[in-house]
Write a protein that binds this ligand. Sequence first.
Ligand SMILES: NC(=O)c1ccc[n+]([C@@H]2O[C@H](COP(=O)([O-])OP(=O)(O)OC[C@H]3O[C@@H](n4cnc5c(N)ncnc54)[C@H](OP(=O)(O)O)[C@@H]3O)[C@@H](O)[C@H]2O)c1
Length: 456
Amino acid sequence: MLAAELERSGAGPASVVLPGADLAAAVAALPASSEPRRVLHAWGRTMFTGTAASAARQVDDGFMPLFHLVGELLRSGGKGPVHLLCGYPAVDAGAPGYEALGGFLRTAQRENPRFAHRLADLPEGEFAELIEGRGPAAARLAAELPDLPGAPEQVRYRSGGREVRRWTRVSPPFVARPDALRTGGTYLVTGGAGGLGALVARWLAETASARVVLAGRSPLGPAAEAVLAQVHDAGGEARYVPADISTMEGAEAAVRAAREAYGELHGVFHAAGVLRDGFLVNLDAAQVAAVLAPKVAGALHLDAATRSEPLDFFCLFASLAGPIGSVAQAGYAYANSFLDAFAGWRERQRAAGLRSGRTTSIDWPLWADGGMAVDDEVRESLLRHFGMRPLDTTDGLRALATVLDNVTGQIAYLPGDGSRLAAQLAGEPESPPPPASLEEPATAPRRNRKRSWCGC
Ligand SMILES: NC(=O)c1ccc[n+]([C@@H]2O[C@H](COP(=O)([O-])OP(=O)(O)OC[C@H]3O[C@@H](n4cnc5c(N)ncnc54)[C@H](OP(=O)(O)O)[C@@H]3O)[C@@H](O)[C@H]2O)c1
């Protein structure tokens, strides 16, 4: 029925990929010519309940089939455009494992500009009917497909209406010392011995004489010891706890360590992460799973371990790789988009009185002094395509202060000539890029440097 509906709508022949479909056969059935190859993917069937298990099921029945489908499409050797429409079921509280598919698809498109995509969020009941071959969703999706390529990237159907997801520019006032931090407060920093974790830990000590618990999988070693010493020198207290927060035991151990050492926990900075880069055509599921673990399972286990804590904030370190895609980082882009969507879900739990502490997911650009470094080629590409230079530490920590006091949900911070990227995200017409140079004029006073914020 769906295939017939698509054909009738003028979208032309399309492959329909529903749960259990043979992906290789679906790809083989597509035209080999230079005609656009159209695919409707509607596989996920799990409702997100806030548990790591339900997120894992959304990864398994939403992300992994799409990951394998895109791999098949890439390996099939076709040269023409590929138009991918992904339908998924969602409730108003959200479906982070499916909403995050956009990060993956944007990466597929960056690696292969012939890919175009759209995500369509359907009410749970309509989605179930679609899989059974009935209901109004088939016509809705059929109407989306002929529109590709082109904006919007994400739509949702609710109460009979169609809504489009958009970014908006926001201008929060810059904050030096956030009110959100308590003097002598206790903060958990996952990935605390890593590049950004160490910067945040030292800043917490300098700014609020904080008591900081650093968590990482490695045993205490020279890197973590150096961070502990820096925190002490900056006027704070710190402990390191070896804990893998992608497990419930690890997340609980980290939270317990904070409580046992300092009595209570006031805030969480979730900065744990790993990279396993590779182009999609070669990327394997094990690489992807390694990247997802600290972000997807990690965020959920930390949330569960802190749900009874009177937190002031729950701050997730995500990346612009999610909203803009990132070549050779398909799993990383998905994992960061998951954090963005999860922040929205946790905020709704907070509104219902089920969590405390404002949730934010910050889509950071590249930091100059972070641990996850990139080579000069990537830096130049960021500058050329987006007008962005690596974020310096002072600017980044001020942005963090600003977020803690002013922001809930997903936020992107765009330094340098960030207005170009902000315009792209907000779907505004682009002005021609200025000449790109990695050298920033030495005379540019800090207050005049351009920066932009975008919120979702
Ligand atoms: N650096 C940037 O420019 C940048 C830009 C955008 C976003 N971000 C985000 O910011 C965060 C921090 O980046 P970074 O540059 O500081 O990275 P980093 O230096 O590689 O540090 C990441 C830390 O996470 C820890 N970690 C990984 N898996 C863990 C797990 N399962 N449980 C506990 N700890 C775990 C690692 O320690 P162990 O190996 O000991 O576990 C490591 O110290 C990341 O999430 C990244 O995605 C960074």
